[in-house]
Design a protein around this ligand. Structure first.
Ligand code: FAD
Ligand code: 2HG
Ligand code: ZN
Length: 486
């Protein structure tokens, strides 16, 4: 049944052209402020030149106008900066690895960038309980490498692992390619240290470092997906998971989307406790990978859809037996046209290279419109077909990849360059369509600047009001990451 839609907050013609006007209540950064920052952080903690990497996002589509990047080395230094900025009404953008895909981590006007790059020293791990406590500026891959030596791994993984930080992952509630197995970050977060943007720069130690604690509201979880709007996360306590001793990966070629869903159903029942990824690529993204990055499919036949399925377990014979039985059943039930089981970690890496290079491949077309949405499976690929028909020749490509096992599609529509005519065809139609079909306009990347005009779609006004009240409690002067999500 189709839902009745709430009104869009304001009419929008060109998505990325929507920039909120500067709030003149915020002060501009003066020489005296720079001196105060140097006083808190030392001269090497304040960068005024060569900051383009910090004011441009990964896609290159969002460029801010900030003029200074600050590098605190501790929670206390973050506290001193936020107290100063709050008292002086200076707006601040927290920034982790700057890999976010919605323009949330860069300044819009002249906000100060608060980089977490130097808060990356403290790391401790309980290898019996599997509990990790670390500074927020650690890069995800570094954490994974440290945990691997102790027989563990992070419960989530994403293509940006070499740059994104654990603090940024918490702030975006990152999803990624293991969610089908280990659940979202809500299943793993235990505690946080956060600094509030109030006039004291209050430091809060929220949650705990033990597995079970029902003594209060689960306050750290308010910061999951808070997109740097409530406070600056400086330390994270969470569970890690045992590193699997056996990983089996297979790429399957499928004739129809309906059959992809049948393969998913079968994978869930027959691979059950060992399934760890179920990723999706259509023929158009495969073509894009080939023409833009010279990456070739691992399947010998070209098929309309490809699925990358992976199991992770502790006993290779057992897992291989399950995977082989699953593949046999897919073939005998005529669900797949082709399939390859990785015979080595190099084979598996080739399969993952295809999936993980998709975000880069689409950028090579010139301009890319990204859509990260959740949909019921019956509408998952219908969206792609609807948009193909709607965009016609104005789009260079309409490609889809994503986390099919979680109902999360990444529909990317490319053009040689920005095209207002195409934008008018796509928006707000696309997001209204998603909500009308019971989906979410942001599955895992958040709202940031990109989706701000649509952020009320699918959310009750009471929920939005409650969110605003919470924002006012945490950030009474509204200095943290303005012009975005809330
Ligand atoms: P940033 O981009 O720096 O910041 C993101 C947001 O968090 C901003 O609003 C920022 O203000 C806030 N923030 C950052 N650090 C802090 C902090 N310490 N305290 C408070 N607020 C903070 N995302 C997924 O969910 N799943 C994927 O599979 C996935 N794959 C990706 C693949 C590629 C190639 C790329 C480029 C991106 C991908 N992303 C994915 C998006 C992105 O990597 C994630 O959103 C990631 O969690 C962002 O982390 P970051 O450290 O780069 O944060
Ligand atoms: C992925 O799953 C990321 O690869 C990026 O979330 C999605 O490029 C995108 O649209
Ligand atoms: Zn994703």
């Amino acid at each position: 049944m189709l839902k009745i839609l709430p009104k869009i907050r304001r009419p929008v013609r060109c998505l990325s052209a929507v920039v909120a006007a500067r709030n003149e209540g915020f002060a501009k950064v003066m020489q005296s402020d720079l001196l105060a920052f140097e006083n808190f952080l030392g001269k090497d903690g304040v960068q005024k030149d060569d900051i383009s990497n910090h004011i441009t996002d990964w896609t290159g589509q969002f460029k801010g106008h900030g003029s200074v990047v600050l590098y605190p080395k501790s929670t206390e230094e973050v506290s001193a900066i936020l107290a100063y900025c709050s008292r002086n009404k200076i707006a601040v953008v927290p920034q982790g690895g700057n890999t976010g895909l919605v323009g949330g981590s860069i300044p819009v006007h002249d906000e100060v960038v608060l980089s977490m790059n130097k808060i990356n020293k403290q790391f401790s791990f309980d290898d019996t309980m599997g509990i990790l406590q670390c500074d927020a500026g650690f890069i995800l891959e570094e954490l994974d490498n440290k945990l691997a030596k102790l027989g563990y791994m992070m419960p989530f993984d994403l293509g940006a692992k070499g740059s994104c930080q654990i603090g940024g992952n918490v702030a975006t509630c990152a999803g990624g390619i293991r969610l089908i197995r280990y659940g979202s970050l809500h299943a793993h977060l235990l505690g946080l240290t956060v600094v509030l943007p109030d006039e004291q720069g209050s430091v809060l130690h929220l949650g705990s470092s033990i597995r079970k604690d029902n003594t209060s509201l689960h306050t750290p979880h308010l910061f999951l997906g808070s997109e740097g709007q409530l406070g600056v996360i400086t330390s994270v306590t969470m569970t890690a998971v045992p590193k699997p001793r056996s990983v089996q990966s297979a790429m399957l070629g499928v004739e129809s989307f309906k059959k992809c869903c049948e393969v998913l159903k079968l994978a869930k029942s027959s691979l059950s406790e060992v399934i760890s990824s179920f990723e999706f690529l259509d023929a158009d993204i495969m073509e894009c990978l080939k023409s833009n990055l010279d990456l070739h499919p691992v399947l010998s036949k070209s098929t309309p859809f490809s699925i990358l399925v992976e199991t992770s377990g502790s006993n290779e014979d057992h897992d291989m037996e399950k995977m082989s039985a699953f593949l046999d059943e897919c073939l005998s039930k005529n669900l797949i046209l082709d399939g390859v089981l990785a015979g080595s970690s190099a084979d598996a890496a080739n399969m993952w290279k295809l999936r993980e290079s998709a975000p880069l491949a689409v950028t090579r077309d010139g301009y890319v419109y990204k859509h990260d949405v959740s949909l019921p499976l019956e509408n998952y690929y219908e969206l792609t077909n609807v948009m193909k028909a709607r965009c016609g020749d104005l789009a260079k490509r309409v490609v889809t990849y994503g986390h099919l096992g979680d109902g999360n599609t990444h529909l990317n529509i490319t053009a040689g360059k920005r095209c207002e005519e195409l934008e008018e065809l796509m928006y707000p139609f696309l997001y209204e369509w998603v909500v009308a079909h019971g989906g979410s306009i942001s599955a895992e990347h958040g709202i940031g600047q990109l989706k701000l005009p649509y952020s009320n779609l699918g959310k009750e006004s009471e929920e939005r009001l409650l969110t605003k009240k919470l924002k006012n409690i945490f950030d009474p002067n509204g200095i943290l990451n303005p012009y975005k999500m809330i």
